[in-house]
Design a protein around this ligand. Structure first.
Ligand code: THU
Length: 129
């Protein structure tokens, strides 16, 4: 858990957040021990901004990572309170990671752990199509 959280902390150092000044980093652990990361990337057209969690997962999937290989995700911010993923990220996380993976949310307040499933109970899924 600590190396994954450390990777998420390092990831937020690369966040592009000139508008919100609210850096977020995300990191996933794969079953071969690989860690992949992402950070939030904003845009002057604010609605085009992308959260750290989706940056991380879209990159992983786009280079061939299978969802079954993902074992955990860490999300880190330098805030002094817990920061929890937005609804859009929860929807993407539910589809692109197994439901039982632990999500470690880390801030200066400490680390809290939830499962992917707990973050979006009864979420919309490919099975609903
Ligand atoms: N943000 C994330 O990257 N992940 C979250 O879980 C919450 C919010 C970003 C979006 C935006 O760049 C900034 O944080 C402030 O909303």
């Amino acid at each position: 858990m600590k190396p994954l959280i450390d990777a998420a902390i390092k990831a937020y150092e690369h966040a592009y957040v000139p508008y919100s000044k609210f850096p977020v980093g995300a990191a996933i652990l794969l079953d071969d021990g690989t860690i992949m990361t992402g950070a939030n990337v904003e845009n002057a057209s604010y609605g085009l901004s992308m959260c750290a969690e989706r940056t991380c997962l879209f990159h992983a999937i786009s280079v061939g990572v299978k969802k079954e290989a993902i074992q955990a995700m860490a999300i880190a911010t330098p805030q002094d309170h817990l920061v929890s993923p937005c609804g859009a990220c929860r929807q993407v996380m539910r589809e692109l990671m197994p439901l039982d993976v632990p999500i470690y949310m880390h801030s200066k307040a400490g680390t809290e752990t939830f499962t992917n499933d707990a973050l979006l109970p009864k979420g919309f899924s490919p099975d609903d199509l």
